[in-house]
Design a protein around this ligand. Structure first.
Ligand code: ATP
Length: 318
């Protein structure tokens, strides 16, 4: 093998192998520490592939949250639908890299669709003429398939997703991620930062537990140099459709997302009220923004959308 040094022990896996420096044959080898650090493998060729593929994408937005179930996929779908509806000349796409719980196909109403591969890559599924979707959910034979995948396989999948989807020219690529700061986030950050990531929108709810996790998420963004476009507080309140009384379902005992954003020096993009019609719309895969235009959630979202667009433009010019 070309990547087995002359002083290597018997059964050396090779310096380019994922297991370099990590298997029993490596014990006592003078190259073990350099191999196990990954330095011998040189830069990941995927970084350049992703950069080239995403050259034609103007804004790349990561949607993050510290906790699960706070509304990341819901917000991703609203953001993509809102951006696409505001301007028919604007091309928008969603990439769902929530490998263990891809919910975007359902929320976007394209569950069970097939993706096709051509010479120029995988073709995404079109929801509107200017809105396309790619999700791991389209590729798994069973929803449980990916749950047992280890880090390197997830990393490979994310690299493939970022480098092999034939998006065409896009104005916005909105990327839905799993909750927390896992292998998937590190992989995505590594590839996207080299491809001109616009920034991250961080979702939270007003609960203290969710806010604590959001602090960790902001800390993660700072450590890996992801620009934070802002924090969105979801399920902030419930406005009764009959009497219009507003009730804080999850009381913000410590000031909620806006206070936390101020303390951490990141922009607060706004609050989205809870609306059971939105949950139904996500389950049915319909377009809540056009179907329920009088919802306080639609009104709040439309205002917030302008701020996200502005934050993206500012991040690009800075
Ligand atoms: N503002 C809202 N009003 C009513 N229901 C909402 C709202 N936001 C989200 N939901 C509902 O809450 C549930 C969780 O939302 P969603 O799946 O978007 O969360 P998530 O953060 O992406 O979850 P996961 O961690 O599984 O990826 C869904 O049933 C969704 O329809």
């Amino acid at each position: 093998m070309a990547d087995v040094p002359s002083d290597a022990p018997e059964h050396c896996p090779g310096t380019q192998s994922e297991s370099a420096g990590k298997v029993s044959a490596c014990q006592g080898c003078p190259n073990q520490s350099i191999c196990s650090s990954g330095a011998a493998r040189g830069p990941d060729p995927g970084i350049e592939l992703v950069r080239k593929r995403l050259e034609s994408v103007k804004h790349k937005i990561l949607v993050l949250s510290g906790k699960g179930g706070v509304g990341k996929s819901t917000f991703t779908s609203l953001l993509a639908r809102g951006l696409a509806a505001a301007d028919s000349d604007r091309n928008v796409a969603i990439l769902d890299i929530d490998i263990c719980g891809p919910s975007i196909p359902r929320v976007m109403g394209v569950l069970g669709e097939q993706v096709h591969q051509s010479g120029s890559g995988w073709s995404p599924v079109y929801v509107e003429d200017n809105l396309s979707v790619m999700s791991i959910g389209f590729l798994l034979s069973s929803p449980d398939d990916a749950i047992i995948w280890r880090g390197p396989k997830k990393n490979g999948m994310i690299r493939q997703f970022l480098s092999e989807v034939d998006w065409g020219a896009l104005d916005y690529l909105v990327i839905d991620t799993p909750p927390g700061t896992s292998d998937e986030h590190l992989s995505a950050a590594q590839y996207l930062l080299n491809a001109g990531l616009t920034g991250a929108v961080i979702l939270t709810t007003p609960h203290e537990v969710a806010l604590l996790d959001v602090r960790k998420e902001i800390d993660f963004c700072r450590k890996v140099s992801i620009p934070v476009l802002g924090v969105v507080e979801n399920m902030a309140a419930f406005v009764c459709p009959k009497c219009k009384t507003e009730t804080a379902i999850f009381p913000a005992n410590t000031g909620g997302g806006s206070k936390m954003a101020m303390e951490l020096g990141v922009p607060f993009l706004g609050s989205l009220p809870l609306d059971p019609r939105l949950a139904r719309s996500c389950d049915e895969g319909t377009n809540f923004l056009t179907d329920v235009q009088d919802s306080p959630t639609t009104v709040a979202f439309n205002k917030l959308l302008k701020d996200v667009v502005e934050a993206c433009e500012e991040s690009r010019s800075s």
